[in-house]
Design a protein around this ligand. Structure first.
Ligand SMILES: O=C1O[C@H](COP(=O)(O)O)[C@@H](O)[C@H](O)[C@H]1O
Length: 266
C-alpha cells in the first residue's frame, strides 16, 4: 500500500500504488469479512454496485480466494440496479454475473437480483419486500439502532459527480428516510430508470467500502473526504457515514491525488 490514513469521520483510507495492489487488497478485505461473518452468523450478506467495481473484484475468482472463500454461504444483493433486462449491457446484475458470480460456486438461489419486468417503482417495492423476508429469516441481520437491514458488507463505486449507488447530487432520493429501497426515473447518467439502496440502509451496514480509481474521480474523493468548510457542495459520497459500521476507502494514487496531506500517514 502506498499510503494509508484515517479521517476522524470519514473512515479508513487505503491508497494503492497500482491497480494490481488495490485488487489484491480488496480481495483480501472481502475474503476476511466473509470469513468473519460466516464464523459469527453462518452467512455473508454482501451488496454489490455496478461500474468499475466488478472488474476491481476480479482477484476473488482466482487462487487462493476461489478455493478458500466459503461461497456457499454468500447471499448477493445489489446496492443499486438499472431497470433493464438482465441480459442488457447496462444491467449491474449482468456485469456481476459475467465478471464474478459465474466464476465462483455461488448458490443460484442466494443471488437476489431485482424484478426487471416491472416499472422502477414496482421493482423497488419488490426488492424491499424480498429483503424484508430475508431479514425475518436472519439471512440479513437488522440494525440495533434503526429498523434497517444491516448488510455485512456494502460495496460502492463513486461517479465523477460524487454519486454512490444510484444516489445522485441534489436528487430527492437522497432525502428518503422511510423506504429501504427507492427508485428514480430521471438518472442524469443513463439509463434513467434505477432502483437504489437509500442512505439509511447504506449507513446501517456493518461494513461499507467505497472503491475508486482514476483521475476523473479525484475531485469527488476530495469533496467526500477532506474538511473543506461549510460552503462545500454536499455530494452523496460525503453522506456515506455508517452509524455503527466501518467505512473503508480503496483508492488508487490518481483518485487520491487531490486529498489533503493532513489525512494521510506519510
Ligand atoms: O451508474 C453507476 O455508476 C457508479 C459508478 O460507476 P463507475 O463505472 O464510475 O465506477 C456505480 O457504482 C453504480 O453502481 C452504477 O449504477
Amino acid at each position: 500500500m502506498a499510503l494509508s490514513g484515517a479521517h476522524k469521520n470519514r473512515g479508513e483510507l487505503r491508497i494503492h500504488e497500482s491497480l494490481d495492489e488495490l485488487r489484491t487488497d480488496l480481495a483480501d478485505y472481502v475474503a476476511e469479512l466473509s470469513e468473519a461473518s460466516v464464523k459469527e452468523r453462518g452467512v455473508f450478506a454482501i451488496a454489490l454496485s455496478g461500474g468499475s467495481l466488478i472488474g476491481l473484484m476480479g482477484k476473488l475468482c482466482e487462487a487462493p480466494y476461489n478455493k478458500t472463500v466459503d461461497w456457499a454461504k454468500w447471499y448477493i444483493f445489489w446496492a443499486d440496479e438499472r431497470v433493464v433486462a438482465k441480459s442488457h449491457a447496462d444491467s449491474n446484475y449482468k456485469l456481476a454475473k459475467d465478471g464474478l458470480l459465474s466464476k465462483v460456486p455461488i448458490v443460484p438461489s442466494h443471488v437476489h437480483s431485482i424484478n426487471d419486468s416491472v416499472s422502477a417503482e414496482e421493482a423497488a417495492d419488490d426488492y424491499e419486500f424480498a429483503i424484508r423476508q430475508l431479514v425475518k429469516t436472519r439471512v440479513v441481520s437488522v440494525s440495533e439502532i434503526s429498523d434497517c437491514p444491516k448488510f455485512d458488507l456494502i460495496l460502492l463505486g463513486l461517479g465523477p459527480d460524487g454519486h454512490v449507488a444510484s444516489l445522485f447530487p441534489n436528487h430527492p432520493a437522497l432525502n428518503e428516510r422511510e423506504e429501504w429501497i427507492t427508485f428514480i426515473t430521471d438518472s442524469p447518467k443513463p439509463p434513467p430508470e434505477r432502483i437504489t439502496f437509500t442512505l439509511p440502509v447504506i449507513n446501517s451496514a456493518s461494513n461499507v467500502a467505497v472503491v475508486v480509481t482514476g483521475e476523473s474521480k479525484a475531485e469527488s474523493v476530495h469533496l467526500a473526504i477532506d474538511d473543506i468548510g461549510a460552503d462545500c457542495p454536499l455530494i452523496p459520497a460525503r453522506m456515506v457515514q455508517p452509524a455503527m459500521g466501518k467505512l473503508v476507502w480503496f483508492l488508487d494514487k490518481l483518485a487520491a491525488s487531490k486529498l489533503e496531506d493532513s489525512n494521510l500517514n506519510k
